[in-house]
Write a protein that binds this ligand. Structure first.
Ligand code: C2E
Ligand code: MG
Ligand code: MG
Length: 660
């Protein structure tokens, strides 16, 4: 209620704003309006006077510097008029010179305010002037005050209270200004302090940033060094790696330029290192490689670069060395490797194969020189020579192999594969009890190619899968054909270990048997002993084959160094003794011993024994005496194209004797 009343009183108060600047006038009008006053505007003193006469506002707020008539003049005229003098006048001035104050007093203004005005001050002054009208009414007693300032005479007609409040305003203003100056000074001081602090902070931050940066630079240098080491050195032996070796050979080749200084490259591979790894574990394998590295280095005495190229392959690059000295060094290396290695108390004998290639005799490009040293190394290994110097003949074999690999891809499409078979005889009864399917490749250029040559190529190129599917298909079709002619003997197909990793193999075999209506016992599989690894995939596939009812033979037994305990766990039915032992069993005691112990082992394990490579009657009879179960070999028949088998049977003295 109270608020409303005061709002209403305010509402009834009318204020005239005399201001030539529209912006100032608008600001004043807004502030006053928002605080409940009615506002009228005039643009200069003359217009102001006219409005005052007409409207008699409750308060006049006037600018000083204005065209036509300024604020002092207008105020003077108001205060001289008996009719208007009681209307309070508030002057707005930018000027704070004492002279201006005096001129204000002289004009009879009631109060003044400096621009830019503070809203709170303005409103409080407006309120005071409006609420104490009695101050302005008692004017007849006014006497003018005369005084001198700065050599000039002034006469002030304002009432005493007006003069006093005018002067108090001046004092207030001065105090305000002093405070403003002080707070500005304080602010400046603060800013300075903050600035100093900021500078300190920044300096500290810069110092620490600098420290961080130097740390980072050091770390980066370290990381670069590590990366360089990783790129060029082998982490296990700390020897230069293959990349480093290649770079070194390339550098020597470019440095050599036209001078053609010879050099020799020697590549060394540890024989059967994987077996050591498998038997003793990777840790011991790694330890062995480290010791080999140290031994080689001690011999080479840092004169030649020794590098570790991969797993168990080391290389020695010997600038300025010819064939004779390279061979001498190879022998020296072999000699120091002959000494047993001590691996956690275990004495280990290690053999190595070394290949040597020479610049410029064996090539003038890094790649060729390295490849030829490797080729020589493989040759040394294959022929059980301790070292071998590269020879161009090695390469002819390789290029034939490469060409064969290319051609093998089209062998199936071009109908170049032929299935042969070789009968097996049951020694006790002397009757034909089975046959082995053997693959042949009728090559357009090279004639009949032996599986000994193309099966390893197929295994290395992934072609073994389609090849085996072809053999299985041809074998099952043949079984079907034989069934119709009452030739009911099982046909054995050779599988490669890669086939046992084929997840589709089992379904493929099942599908073929169902399609042609062949009993699983009509098909057998042979797997060479060296293929048996302690691999769960191999074990699982064999178990599935066995569970289907297909008999499994371990082929070429005696050549693969299988662990007997592993063999015992395998789902196999028979062992085929390798022909290399059978050939000379009558002459070689060692071979005889192997055959005898195989027979003993098989008996213990409840397995059948088949001897392959039975070439004559003596061997046949001896095997019979020893209690071997079956025989296969030229004595009975050489392998023949499978479709000739029935014709052969009809003519041969051997008869079929075991129904499936
Ligand atoms: P293998 O499975 O041990 O086959 C026996 C090999 O011995 C055959 O060689 C056979 O011709 C030969 N042989 C048989 N009896 C005698 C004999 O009395 N004296 C002599 N000197 N040799 C005899 P072949 O046909 O050259 O096959 C060689 C090897 O190729 C086979 O050895 C087998 O491991 C592999 N092979 C053949 N066909 C296939 C196949 O379809 N798939 C796979 N993965 N390997 C096959
Ligand atoms: Mg075989
Ligand atoms: Mg064999």
């Amino acid at each position: 209620m109270k608020k409303e009343k005061s709002a209403m009183t305010k509402q009834s108060k009318e204020i005239l704003v005399v201001e030539d600047s529209p912006v100032q006038a608008e600001t004043l009008r807004r502030v006053l309006f928002e605080n409940g006053y009615k506002v009228i505007l005039a643009k200069n003193g003359a217009e102001g006077l006219e409005t005052i006469r007409k409207k008699k506002p409750d308060l006049i707020i006037s600018d000083i510097l204005m065209p036509v008539m300024d604020g002092y003049q207008m105020c003077g005229k108001i205060k001289q008029s008996a009719e208007l003098r009681n209307i309070p006048v508030l002057l707005l001035t930018q000027l704070v010179e004492p002279e201006e104050v005096i001129r204000g007093l002289e004009s009879g203004a009631d109060n003044y305010l400096t621009k830019p005005f503070n809203e709170v001050f303005l409103l409080s002054k407006v309120k005071t002037l409006l609420e104490n009208p009695y101050r302005f009414k008692n004017r007849p007693d006014r006497k003018s005050i005369e005084f001198e300032y700065d050599g000039k005479r002034y006469e002030v007609h304002s009432g005493r209270s007006q003069t006093l409040s005018y002067l108090i305003s001046t004092y207030q203003n001065a105090v305000l200004k002093t405070k403003e100056v002080e707070s500005a000074r304080e602010e400046l001081r603060n800013i300075n302090e903050r600035l100093e602090e900021k500078v300190k902070e920044r300096t500290a931050a810069l110092i620490s940033l600098n420290e961080d940066l130097s740390l980072e630079v050091a770390e980066r240098k370290k990381a670069e060094e590590t990366i360089r080491r990783m790129a060029y050195f082998d982490s296990l032996t700390s020897l230069p790696n293959k990349t480093h070796l290649y770079q070194y050979i390339s550098n020597v080749l470019t440095e050599n330029g036209s001078q053609k200084r010879p050099f020799a490259l020697l590549m060394l591979d540890l024989n059967r290192f994987h077996e050591i790894n498998e038997a003793l574990g990777y840790h011991q394998g790694n330890d062995l490689l480290k010791i080999v590295g140290v031994r080689l280095q001690s011999l080479l005495n840092d004169i030649y670069m020794l590098a570790r190229c991969n797993a168990d392959v080391f290389a020695v690059m010997m600038p300025g060395v010819g064939s004779e000295y390279a061979v001498h060094l190879a022998r020296e290396i072999l000699k120091i490797l002959d000494e047993p290695f001590d691996l956690s108390g275990l004495k280990l004998y290690v053999q190595a194969s070394i290949g040597i290639s020479l610049f410029p005799g064996h090539g003038n490009e890094t790649d060729i020189i390295v490849r030829r040293a490797e080729m020589a190394m493989h040759r040394a290994k294959k022929e059980s020579n301790a070292y071998s110097l590269f020879n161009e003949e090695f390469e002819n074999g390789t290029s034939r192999r490469l060409a064969m690999a290319g051609d093998l891809r089209y062998a199936i499409e071009n109908n170049e594969l032929i299935l042969y078979c070789q009968p097996k005889v049951d020694l006790k009864s002397g009757l034909i009890c089975g046959a082995e399917a053997l693959l042949r490749w009728q090559h357009a250029k090279h004639g009949m190619v032996s599986p000994i040559e193309f099966i390893p190529i197929a295994e290395n190129t992934g072609l073994i899968k389609p090849l085996t599917y072809w053999v299985l298909d041809a074998a099952v079709r043949q079984c079907f054909a034989w069934q119709k002619e009452n030739v009911e003997i099982p046909l054995a197909v050779n599988l490669s270990v890669r086939n046992l990793h084929d997840p589709l193999l089992i379904d493929k075999i099942k599908g073929m048997l169902i399609t042609w209506g062949i009993k699983p016992s009509g098909l057998e599989v042979e797997l060479t002993e060296s293929a048996f690894t302690e691999d769960s995939a191999v074990y699982n596939t064999l178990t599935q084959i066995r569970n289907m009812g297909i008999n499994i033979y371990i082929d070429d037994f005696g050549t693969g160094y299988s662990s007997l305990s592993y063999l015992q766990r395998l789902p196999i039915n028979a062992i085929k003794v390798d022909k290399s032992f059978v050939f000379d069993m009558t002459k070689n005691e060692k071979s005889m011993n192997i055959i005898n112990s195989t027979l003993g082992l098989a008996r213990n394990m409840g397995l059948k024994v088949v001897a392959e490579g039975v070439e004559d009657k003596d061997i046949y009879n001896m095997l019979l005496d020893l209690g071997c179960n079956e025989a296969q070999g030229y004595y009975i028949s050489k392998p023949m194209p499978i479709e000739q088998f029935q014709g052969w049977l009809e003519k041969s003295p051997w008869k079929i004797g075991r129904a499936v």
